[in-house]
Design a protein around this ligand. Structure first.
Ligand code: 13P
Length: 271
């Protein structure tokens, strides 16, 4: 177990995170070639936390030769019951030695696999129970945005996802704002829309868990982030990184985004 929760809570400044969600792409040998190329393209940047989130088959082989100065691993999903008669499932308990992070509530899980807020809440608790830091994904559909329901949706998904967690556990978690209409569409959100959502999410965390927790929890943006638009999101106040799909499968784009994050972080640190 990584005991990552203690490590993050003790750190007051929020480290920028660039996470690449490979979704259902790359088999084991393709992934190992791609990882090799990524390692060549990406220098060690200690102020940026780079997380690779491949499919579950790839986690074990990749972990063997992973350059841990550059990368951490995350899982795309994990089941909330630690062990039992659940054909096809891989539990958080099984993932705990392999990953630091796990995505919970990704919109593809919510809308393609019909995972409701009750399942999301159980997965959040299972991740924490097994020492894995959850990345809780929340965001509105286009229909909900057009109906001006964005804040209500964020509020509902956030409160359901964080239900039954302690302030300390929330502080160690990561929240990704991923508007569904911006995922895989090339139609990224405008920076002011992202700023508004991030401010709102942090305020909600503050009202539920207090100021200190709100100042510790990391909030990312995800949705058609690439090397050309990354800076406009990473520069936003309170934006602690990005969750990237398509562009994380291109070594040059992904490396360029990490460099942008590094420069933004250096500026924040006043270097
Ligand atoms: P894209 O970057 O391909 O839009 O995907 C975003 C995403 O879903 C990351 O989890």
């Amino acid at each position: 177990m990584f005991c990552g929760i203690n490590r993050v809570v003790m750190r007051n400044n929020r480290k920028i995170m660039i996470a690449g969600n490979w979704k259902e792409h790359l088999n084991v040998s393709q992934a190992s070639h791609f990882m090799h190329r990524l390692e060549e393209s990406i220098p060690i940047r200690q102020s940026v936390e780079t997380v690779i989130i491949p499919n579950v088959l790839i986690l074990q082989p990749i972990s063997v030769n992973l350059d841990r100065r550059k990368f951490r691993l995350g899982a795309q999903d994990g089941y909330f019951v630690d062990a039992g008669a659940y054909t096809g499932e891989v539990s958080m308990a099984m993932l705990q030695d392999l990953v630091h992070y796990v995505l919970v509530g990704h919109s593809e899980r919510r809308y393609v696999f019909n995972e409701g807020d009750d399942v999301v809440a159980k997965k959040m608790q299972a991740a924490i129970r097994n020492g894995i830091m959850p990345i809780l994904c929340i965001g509105e559909t286009l229909q909900e945005r057009l109906a001006r329901e964005t804040k209500q949706i964020l509020h509902n998904q956030l409160t359901a996802g964080l239900m039954n967690l302690t302030s300390r556990e929330v502080a160690a978690s990561v929240i990704a704002y991923e508007p569904v209409w911006a995922i895989g569409t090339g139609e990224f959100a405008k920076p002011d829309q992202v700023q508004e959502a991030i401010n709102y999410i942090r305020k909600q965390v503050e009202s539920l868990f207090g100021k200190r927790t709100a100042s510790l929890v990391r909030i990312l943006y995800g949705g058609s982030v690439d090397d050309l638009n990354a800076k406009s999101f990473l520069e936003l106040s309170g934006c602690d990184g990005a969750l990237i799909g398509g562009a994380s499968l291109n070594q040059y784009k992904f490396a360029a985004i990490i460099e942008v994050a590094y420069r933004v972080q250096q500026e924040r640190l006043g270097r």
